[in-house]
Every structure is written in C-alpha cells, then in structure tokens.
Write a protein that binds this ligand. Structure first.
Ligand code: AQP
Length: 324
C-alpha cells in the first residue's frame, strides 16, 4: 500500500489539520510500503503572495510535521515545487478535465460565496492535486472530510485518462478518520485557516487558553442538563482528553448545573497536557533548520525519481505524441 498526502503552508497548522489528516500520516507511515508527504507550496500560492512569508511557512510546515512524529526514515517528506514533473503531469490532465467537474467543487464554490478572490489557480487546484496524487501511484490518501470530493475528482480524471489512452494511473482512495473528519473551529464551523476560527497546534499555552475561553456557547440556564453530543467544547475536548475524562465530562453535561467556563478550563488544561511533548520537540527541530532542509532535499530526490517515472509512463501511453 502506497500512501500520499499534502498540506498547504498557508499558516500555522491547526487542530483540524492535525486530527483530520496529520495524525493519519503519523500512524500510516508504520504500515505503508511507501509513503509520501509534501508541503503544498504551489497550492498555497493561491493564498499567500508574499514570497518570504511563504518560504517561512514552508520550512515551518516541515518542522511541524517532524515534531509531530513524521519519521524521514519511514516516510518521504518533501516540498511540492521541488518536483516540477508534477506540474507537467498536471497539464496532461488539465487537457482532459471538463470545466463542469471543477465548477462543482465545493471548496471553490465556498470560497467564492465567502467573497474570497478567485484566480485560475484556485479553480484548477483539484487538477494539480490529482497530478500530485497520481504521480506517486498512491493507493491511499489520508485527508479530512473536506478533501474527499477532490479525491473523487482525481479518480474521475484518472479514470477518463485510463479509458482514453490505456491503463496508466493507479486509482487512489481517500481515507478519513470517523471521529475527526471535520473538526469544528471556535465558531462551530469547520476549523479553517481562511475562516479565522483556528486553534493552532503550536500556539503558546497562554494564547491557546485565551482563544478557548472565547469559544461561543449557548446561553441556556446553568441548571439545565445538556446534551454532550454536537457541542463544540465537547467535540474539542474529545480530541485532547482521555476516555475517562470524556466520560466524566459527558456525565456532567447530562446532569447540568455547571458553567461553560469550567468546561473551557478543563479543555485548556487537557490541551496543554496533550501538546506539551510535541511543543518541546518542535523547539529542538526549530533550532536545526539545516537538518530540516537536508531532510527535505533527500525527500525531494526520492519523490522526483518516482514522479518522473510516472510522467514518462503517462507520456508514453499516448498523451504526448513524439514529434516525427
Ligand atoms: N477542520 C478540519 N477537520 C478535519 N480535517 C481538516 N483539514 C483541514 N481542516 C480540517 C485537513 O487538513 C489537511 C490539510 O489541509 P489543507 O492544506 O488542504 O488546508 P485546508 O483544507 O485548506 O485547511 P484550511 O485550514 O481549511 O485552509 P484554507 O482555509 O486555506 O482552505 C487536509 O487533508 C484537510 O482535509
């Protein structure tokens, strides 16, 4: 089983990125025959237009993944733009992709609906993503729920290429975690960098505590029993607290007579404990940017070897006719 996933360096990674996707990367690296994880800086260009900031976010992203447990001995970690073959493959795929397929993509439609600026890169994003996945012959793509539609688009694109030119690409499958496929943000909507509702994994404790204390809650009387299901605080608590703590808190909800302030404090304490070790590890990696760069360079060489073989295969199956 070959596994691949990418993550955009558009800002600090948040709990949604970690519990929806990164946690899967860390787990799957032990069982996959090959795994590829990349920092999607070309995708991020759609949002981050400041060169230095994007470079910094890219290095930070790799540092974060290493601190969170990605092991370069087990998984190939690299930066998307270090593999130019993928952009060429993207063009081969773009020529057979119907506009309607991309127009139906929810993440594009959502951003437009929220008034965010759209350029051709944002619109064609799922095609580059398809090239990212297909270039490495990925069987499994661990993601959050919001990305499942893009993986279906990738399958459509690969299927139509295979049908037209002959078997070329491996059909990938998306993989989400049932419990954390869509982590809610501070406002109860999907946690998302562009919605400004995130808890960053590596925020310092004080800032995280402050943000947690500001989470919106309902205004029902304190005495009323409350349903622990579908409650933002409880949903976040489940991610960082132990099973025992969650069972206790659920009981407190059902009984009523508590204040949300207490729940927020418990959530902040559990979060502090949950992230303490990786925060320390991050400081160690952050002190060695040269080591991170070396890991990325070694990863890029391995990723390029794989992607150029796939590009050649795609060119040979018929998409590019050699000039006579
Ligand atoms: N709230 C979430 N719950 C579960 N999974 C999530 N992911 C993102 N948000 C959640 C997953 O994280 C991986 C990397 O995400 P990305 O690089 O595609 O970034 P994103 O989806 O664009 O993340 P944001 O924060 O929502 O960024 P913007 O606002 O720029 O779009 C993916 O597997 C994603 O599913």
């Amino acid at each position: 089983m070959r596994v691949l996933s990418g993550i955009q360096p558009t800002g600090p990674f948040h709990w949604g990125n970690y519990f929806g996707a990164i946690r899967q990367y860390i787990e799957l690296q032990h069982t996959a025959t090959e795994s590829y994880y990349f920092i999607a800086n070309l995708h991020a260009l759609n949002t981050v237009r400041d060169k230095e900031l994007l470079q910094q976010y890219t290095l930070n992203g790799a540092t974060d993944l290493l601190a969170l447990g990605l092991d370069p001995e087990k998984a190939v970690l690299f930066v998307q733009s270090d593999v130019p073959e993928v952009s060429e493959l993207c063009w081969l795929l773009m020529t057979g992709t119907p506009m309607g397929l991309l127009e139906r993509c929810v993440s594009y439609k959502d951003k437009i609906a929220k008034g965010l600026k759209a350029d051709a890169g944002l619109f064609a994003y799922p095609v580059l993503q398809a090239a990212d996945i297909l270039a490495y012959d990925a069987d499994i793509v661990p993601v959050g729920e919001d990305q499942l539609q893009h993986i279906e688009v990738c399958r459509d694109i690969a299927g139509s290429f295979n049908h037209h030119f002959g078997e070329t690409f491996v059909m990938p499958k998306g993989k989400v975690l049932d419990q954390s496929a869509k982590v809610p943000g501070l406002d109860g909507e999907k946690m998302s960098k562009s919605y400004n509702n995130t808890l960053a994994v590596f925020d310092e404790e004080k800032k995280q505590r402050k943000l947690i204390m500001r989470i919106q809650t309902d205004s029902r009387p304190m005495e009323d029993p409350k349903d622990p299901e579908g409650d933002v605080l409880m949903d976040l608590y489940k991610l960082v607290a132990s099973d025992e703590q969650v069972a206790e808190m659920s009981e407190t909800y059902r009984k009523g007579g508590f204040g949300y302030g207490e729940v927020k404090k418990a959530l902040a304490n559990a979060a502090q404990e949950y992230w303490a070790e990786v925060r320390e590890r991050r400081e160690e990696f952050a002190a060695k940017p040269e080591l991170v760069r070396e890991i990325l360079a070694a990863g890029a060489a391995k990723a390029r070897a794989k992607a150029s073989a796939t590009l050649k295969r795609a060119q040979e199956t018929g998409a590019v006719v050699p000039p006579i």
